[in-house]
Write a protein that binds this ligand. Structure first.
Ligand code: HEC
Length: 209
């Protein structure tokens, strides 16, 4: 771009910068280049972006933070579950884990992730019923909790989880739900359903875990 000689300004001073030669209604345009650092930043980001894109978005497995977090979480769960193996979704297993505080913590994570939006963080009930009192709508025996978790209730108002959670997660969540009975909720919802018998006692054989 050829620069033209600047015209004298009103003050009589001649600006150092070259003009572009454009003039709009007598208003002239300086040809001020962008600063060098700005241009290099631009070039730098152009060079940076293709490798970045290919590294994070075109791999067979996504390398994003979220993806690696999910993988780690799954791995961690597998490690934990390697210890207990495939749980049976039955009464005996739910009762057994009701009395294993370490494993209730795992059930608690499942609950916090999937259930608290409807049942409240402390089980006091929101859309879903209060899980801390002695009243239950769909539960008469402790194993009924598993059935409700697997298949849902009230035509989907309580969603079915059997395709979304593993059996181990379901069983541990069921034990955790059972463990909330008799706890204090901050804002308990009014009782719904019938009062049911207390949960069974801990199983006789107490393999400490
Ligand atoms: C979309 C809201 C919603 C979510 C999410 C939800 N629930 Fe429910 N849940 C309900 C509703 C509503 C009912 C009551 C169904 C009825 O009226 O029979 C219910 C009922 C229950 C019951 C039976 C209570 C009773 O008194 O019979 C249990 C146990 C339960 N949910 C546990 C869970 C667990 C564990 C999770 C997470 C894995 C979960 N819920 C997620 C809405 C939800």
């Amino acid at each position: 771009m050829s620069s033209v000689t600047p015209e004298t300004s009103d003050t009589g001073a001649i600006p150092d910068d070259p003009l572009t030669g454009h003039s709009y209604d007598g208003i002239q345009e300086f040809d001020n280049p962008l600063p060098g650092w700005w241009k290099w930043l631009f070039v730098g980001s152009m060079l940076f972006s293709p490798p970045y894109f290919f590294y994070f978005h075109s791999g067979v497995e996504s390398r994003t933070r979220a993806a690696s977090y999910d993988r780690d979480l799954a791995e961690n769960l597998q490690l934990q579950f390697a210890e207990i193996g495939e749980l049976k979704a039955d009464r005996e297993t739910v009762v057994k884990f009701l009395y294993k505080p370490n494993w209730l913590q795992v059930g608690k994570v499942v609950f916090k992730t999937n259930c608290q939006s409807c049942h409240g963080a402390d089980g006091g009930g929101l859309v879903g019923p209060n899980l801390t009192d002695d009243h239950y709508k769909n539960i008469r025996e402790i194993e009924d909790i598993i059935g409700v978790l697997q298949n849902g209730a009230a035509a989907g108002a309580m969603p079915a989880w059997k395709n979304r959670l593993s059996t181990n997660e379901l069983v541990l969540a069921a034990s955790y739900v059972a463990s909330m009975r008799g706890t204090e909720a901050a804002n308990p919802k009014a009782p719904e359903g019938n009062v049911i018998a207390p949960w069974p006692d801990p199983p006789a054989e107490s393999d400490a875990q």
